[in-house]
Design a protein around this ligand. Structure first.
Ligand SMILES: [Zn+2]
Length: 298
């Protein structure tokens, strides 16, 4: 096969071994064996199975359009006519778009199901500073998850959740050129294309995952609570579960957590706005209890 390389202004003949991963939608990811024809790098997107079209996240000059995820589309039969090698330059790729709420909710629910806070009982729940000492009840702790200590275990969880998206939302995965779990804040793609979860470092203690639900009860984002032994200088104890690298995964934003569904709230009911999901859970419960108490007395 032959390829025109816009950055060198030469025509080269390149033979690649047939080690391409062809997606079910006919889209292949670039690899070190078959790098991007536009920027020559082994990652950050791919090409159609017929090799006629590449999508590159790095180079935009000379592209013939923008893909759904913001990648630059190059049709190789026309590449030479439109690309000017002198103005080619590296450009920061656009940030990854956040996944729809249905996908985020399903992935986070599955994360909490597979890696619940209860798995780390002594570290997160009944230890000093654990959730029970914060006044939470076991039933409420069931809503929380935990991220494993090691980078490797989190990567394994990311792979499992990526497969989960493939099975649960096949049409979404086919439409998207990123792996399914990319776009859910907290997940990102490493240099080799492997999916990752949270920061690439190991911790002493598991990280508590607190779901932030929207006004319909769906998990829209999560917050992490780091153990004090893991806090580096100037690091905050509570963090949003979001991609640690700009342009490699989606940002969570800073949504509001609802402990109730506004649509089912009785008229005249008091709503308390507080800081932090844990505090909200506790003050929500004491509010319900005082309401119940008043009811019993009347
Ligand atoms: Zn490229």
């Amino acid at each position: 096969m032959s390829a025109h390389i816009p950055s060198t202004n030469q025509c080269r003949i390149i033979n690649f071994p047939q080690r391409q991963r062809i997606g079910s939608n006919g889209f292949c990811r670039v690899t070190k064996y078959r790098p991007c024809r536009v920027c020559r790098k082994p990652d950050w997107y791919g090409f159609t199975a017929d090799e006629q079209t590449s999508i590159c996240m790095r180079v935009s000059d000379g592209s013939q359009g923008t893909s759904r995820n913001g990648g630059n589309i190059f049709h190789h039969n026309r590449l030479f006519l439109v690309a000017n090698p002198r103005i080619n330059r590296k450009q920061a790729p656009p940030p990854i778009e956040i996944a729809p709420i249905e996908i985020r909710n399903a992935v986070y629910e599955e994360l909490i199901r597979r890696s619940p806070a209860f798995k780390y009982y002594s570290e997160l729940i009944d230890g000093p500073g654990g959730l029970l000492s914060r006044g939470l009840r076991e039933r409420e702790i069931q809503n929380c998850g935990a991220l494993p200590l090691t980078h490797k275990e989190r990567a394994s969880l990311a792979r499992t959740l990526n497969k989960f998206v493939k099975v649960r939302f096949p049409e979404y995965v086919i439409r998207n050129i990123n792996p399914g779990v990319i776009g859910v804040p907290g997940f990102w793609q490493g240099e080799t294309g492997n999916v990752q979860l949270w920061q690439p470092r190991d911790y002493n203690m598991p990280l508590l995952v607190m779901p932030y639900r929207d006004n319909q009860g769906r998990i829209q984002a999560c917050q992490l609570r780091l153990h004090r032994n893991d806090l580096r200088p100037s690091e905050k104890k509570y963090r949003w579960l979001a991609c640690p690298f700009e342009f490699r995964g989606a940002n969570s934003g800073t949504p509001i957590h609802f402990t109730f569904k506004p649509a089912t709230l009785p008229p005249g009911q008091t709503v308390i706005i507080t800081e932090g999901a844990l505090k909200a859970q506790i003050s929500c419960r004491s509010q319900t209890e005082s309401a119940r108490y008043r009811h019993q007395r009347s």
